[in-house]
Design a protein around this ligand. Structure first.
Ligand SMILES: Cc1cc2nc3c(=O)[nH]c(=O)nc-3n(C[C@H](O)[C@H](O)[C@H](O)COP(=O)(O)OP(=O)(O)OC[C@H]3O[C@@H](n4cnc5c(N)ncnc54)[C@H](O)[C@@H]3O)c2cc1C
Length: 373
């Protein structure tokens, strides 16, 4: 194979890699996007709840499956609704839209390429990455966007070798409830994990259940089926198939080191998913835009030290938010087995304005918000 030298090689064409590739193409930088999958639209689950403003990322309105204007949180005995502005995104369409928006003159895509290792020079700069067939790929800058695989982030010490994970499973069900209302379920009554019900088009919805607890993970599907028998869920949801979708997301400590020499890491490869509700896309898209800007500066000044701007900007914007969300995640893990404690947490939430509730669940809240109504 011809070993063409690129400005940037992005490993992983999930949400983070696709957004970064789109941005690099817009900056007219020779970019190679690689993925081990042969079909980039072969996704393990197909809907995304998100607080993102799609205009911020210049996305087609068609990526939105449903607009959400109310979110209701449930513990065993307390229910609290807040007005909010969010959306349920059609993940497959979003990825397809991103693929179509890549500037093909500048961005090459190669699928079915499984990156296994890399070589570095004596200064620690990556010189080439190598796939499972021994093919090598060279660039000035490399991006790890491989999600939990973290093929470059783990070897560079930016991600744990075996990160702690949460696991989620989802059913696509018939839905009779309010099509603009999302539901979140917490506590032992809801099988000791966290549940979500996201309405979609055509009277369908996604009912999901996730857990941080490895014992629960083994029986996720069984527990999701049990949730379907809870009367207020059964009243609006009807299961008409047994197809389960799902996946894994990292719940590690908050990462502050997200680049190393000529390697930049984005998305789940450095745990950029919101620790509280597991929303990844808004954050990985922002991260991809920041990373693209830093790579562009490094390329135009021929100076890799500009990559540090990505890290600085990310930490400035998100370090405090993620630390707060991480603390809340730890409480959720601890209290999820006790309905009483979750009830108390919900009563605390009831003292808050809708805007504050939205900030808490969207992962962009400060410690100050704890003391605000
Ligand atoms: C069950 C579940 C529900 C979720 N719900 C939501 C939600 O409602 N809203 C939301 O915003 N987020 C949600 N998330 C989180 C969100 O899905 C992730 O944060 C996001 O997918 C991370 O994107 P990424 O591009 O970093 O990684 P990924 O999506 O994992 O993409 C990584 C890509 O890299 C490729 N790859 C991996 N290793 C290699 C390799 N060695 N060589 C080549 N290619 C490789 C993979 O094939 C893949 O295409 C959910 C996650 C789970 C598990």
């Amino acid at each position: 194979m011809e070993n063409k030298k690129y400005d940037v090689i992005i490993v992983g064409a999930g949400g983070a890699g696709l957004m970064l590739a789109r941005e690099m193409g817009r900056k007219k930088r020779k970019t190679l996007l690689l993925d081990r999958k042969t079909d980039l639209l072969n996704l393990s689950f197909k809907t995304l709840g998100s607080f993102m403003d799609i205009k911020e990322f210049d996305l087609s309105p068609d990526v939105v499956a449903t607009e959400i204007n109310k979110v209701t949180l449930y513990s065993k005995n307390v229910k609290h609704s807040a007005r909010t502005k969010a959306s349920i995104l059609d993940k497959a369409y979003l990825h397809q839209h991103l693929i179509e928006s890549l500037d093909k003159e500048y961005v090459d895509i190669e699928t079915g390429v499984y990156i296994k290792k890399h070589n570095s020079d004596t200064t620690g700069n990556i010189t080439e990455i190598i796939d499972n067939k021994g093919n090598t790929y060279s660039a000035t800058y490399f991006v790890d966007a491989t999600g939990l695989s973290g093929v470059l982030s783990k070897k560079s010490g930016l991600q744990e070798k075996e990160p702690d994970v949460a696991v989620g499973v989802e059913f696509n069900v018939k839905y009779k409830g309010n099509t603009n209302e999302a539901h979140l379920y917490l506590g032992n009554h809801y099988e000791g994990g966290y549940g979500w019900l996201f309405p979609m088009k055509d009277n369908r919805a996604i009912l999901g259940f996730g857990s941080f607890d490895i014992l629960v993970v083994k029986e996720l599907k069984k527990r999701l089926n049990k949730m379907l028998t809870i009367p207020h869920i059964a009243a609006i949801v009807e299961k008409d198939n047994d197809d389960a979708e799902g996946g894994i997301l990292p719940i590690t400590s908050v990462k502050t080191k997200i680049f190393y020499n000529n390697l930049i890491c984005v998305g789940d490869s450095v745990s950029q998913v919101n620790p509280v509700v597991g929303e990844g896309y808004k954050f990985i898209f922002r991260s991809a835009v920041m990373a693209a800007n830093a790579i562009e500066k490094a390329l135009s000044h021929q100076d890799a030290s500009f990559l540090s701007e990505y890290e600085q900007q990310w930490n400035k914007q998100y370090y405090n938010f993620y630390c707060n969300s991480k603390r809340m995640q730890e409480k959720l893990i601890k209290y999820s087995k006790s309905d009483t404690k979750v009830n108390i947490g919900m009563l605390f939430l009831k003292t808050k304005r809708d805007k504050t509730v939205e900030k808490i669940i969207s992962g962009e809240f400060t410690r100050r918000d704890n003391y605000l109504p």
